[in-house]
Design a binder for this molecule. Structure first.
Ligand code: 9Z3
Length: 336
């Protein structure tokens, strides 16, 4: 992308300057990475994301990073207990399927054991009840699946096998907050060279609070001293470096979750003002699977599932809109 096509002069903050106020927050995220070691397995996941991105982007395929599920926050260094959240990963898993259907390659950065694309359709099925023992004519026995238990599975399975064959889905797991943040940065750097062709779809429920590692008990907190007093710090907002340093040309979509309807729209608008990115998807906890509000710097509108049979995912509508917006964004800002 050329300087002249850039949507806003202050988004591409490379050096601290008075006209680049985002740098005021730079220290917080840098300090976080300096004071937390890279998690085990980080180097190989980083390389995997880099190779995946290079392969698809050089073929001209758009790549989206979908983050999904909740981050856990450890209370001890040798972690026994942690703070967790409600996120099931349905938003991310379902969205990844619709991005793949739209021709995107997807890096699916997700919480270990949260819902996954395609596999999520089996999450209500007990595998052991689906399988049967069948007697063969020669007296041997074999395992067969009872297809009547999952009528939609055949079409889902076919799509999944195509996605596997085309290598268009990369699954990358995290559990802890720190691991998620390291992998987010690595993914952003792997995708940054592709400029506007990249989308970030940040649906993970990332903890706002954590205990810095130097303030954390090494061993399991003992109950013999009475209830512990735990002081949490605010997690630095990684949208700041993502938008201004790691991938300044990308199309960035963040999520805003609230339980109080009265706060939702203003908080979503504030996020757009604070980070200067493209879209916020605002949702209320209880109705997140039926309705969301799509907020851009110019307008906002609510979309809800209209299909009364309940067979349609809200993510299908969200992804359709985002793909259209991303296409316009690439045309307006140039491919690189
Ligand atoms: C979301 O708002 C997602 O839509 C949900 C999806 C986590 C609600 P599920 O995984 O739920 O399908 O069960 N994600 C982002 C939530 C969040 O933590 N946003 C931050 C905030 O609201 C900003 S990045 O402050």
């Amino acid at each position: 992308m050329s300087e002249s096509t850039k949507q806003s002069g202050d988004r591409n903050c490379q050096e601290p300057t008075p006209t680049c106020p985002q740098n005021a927050k730079k220290d917080e995220w840098e300090t976080f990475f300096e004071s937390h070691d890279a998690p085990p397995g980080f180097a190989s996941k980083k390389l995997q994301m880099h190779e995946f991105a290079q392969g698809h982007l050089k073929n001209g395929t758009n790549v989206v990073l979908v983050t999904s599920g909740g981050t856990a926050v450890p209370l001890e260094s040798r972690v026994v207990r942690f703070i967790d959240n409600f996120s099931s990963g349905k938003r991310g898993a379902s969205s990844a399927e619709y991005f793949l259907a739209e021709g995107y390659a997807v890096i699916f950065l997700h919480r270990h054991k949260s819902l996954q694309p395609y596999e999520r359709h089996l999450s209500h099925t007990k595998l052991i009840d689906v399988l049967d023992v069948q007697n063969k004519p020669n007296g041997d026995q074999t395992i067969v699946a009872n297809q009547a238990m999952f009528p939609k599975l055949l079409s889902i399975l076919k799509v999944y096998k195509d996605v596997r064959a085309s290598n268009s889905l990369l699954l990358v797991e995290f559990v802890m907050l720190q691991e998620y943040l390291y992998l987010l940065q690595a993914a952003a750097e792997a995708l940054s060279f592709a400029g506007t062709q990249t989308m970030f779809y940040l649906a993970a429920a990332v903890s706002d609070f954590y205990i810095p590692s130097k303030e954390m008990s090494e061993h399991k907190i003992s109950s013999s001293n009475g209830p512990p007093i735990i002081s949490l710090k605010v997690v630095p907002k990684m949208l700041t470096p993502l938008v201004h340093h790691w991938a300044p040309d990308a199309f960035v979509v963040s999520f805003k979750l609230e339980t109080d309807r009265a706060l939702l729209l203003e908080k979503a608008r504030k996020a757009l003002r604070d980070y200067n990115h493209e879209v916020v998807i605002a949702n209320i906890l209880e109705e997140r699977n039926e309705c969301v509000t799509i907020v851009t710097p110019d307008e906002h509108h609510k979309i809800c599932i209209t299909d009364s049979r309940g067979t349609r995912d809200i993510e299908e509508l969200i992804i359709k809109e985002l793909v259209t917006k991303h296409t316009v964004f690439i045309v307006e800002h140039g491919p690189e």
